[in-house]
Design a protein around this ligand. Sequence first.
Ligand code: FES
Length: 161
Amino acid sequence: MATETLSRERVLEIIEECGGDKEHLLSILIEIQRECRRNYINEASAKVVAEKLDIPLVQLYDILTFYAMLETKPRGRYIIEVCNNAPCYISKSHVMAKFLRKELGINFGETTPDGMFSLQYMPCVGACNIGPVIKIGDKVYGNLNEDRIRKILKELRENAQ
Ligand code: FES
């Protein structure tokens, strides 16, 4: 279950669950981020990983900032990723992107003030036949229109209660 910050014990458990060594560092970091409600790796968690795997903290931060999928600052509980590749564009993904910006009151790369949603672009996820497509967590939503997006946002807000 996602929590705002992970305890030291939980970070240590994740390290073990993901293989327990440096070779599995990326999986460990992704899992820590996934469990954090705000979709990022905070300094306390990074320190536990660095200490446990005997990696200098500076080197760990090099890795955290190298990979676009890893984040060191809080993001939205739900990250809405909009596919911006050509097939989705032809299916009007840019219109859906504009609608999402308006509905959420944020631009791409930003997070709503309540910490609920972040908006970002993503590359093709292979669901071009149901474009325009967005992805939230592991779930892909296709055949989008404004009504469907409103419903998705409403459901997510309700789930977060
Ligand atoms: S182009 Fe959007 S899912 Fe393939």
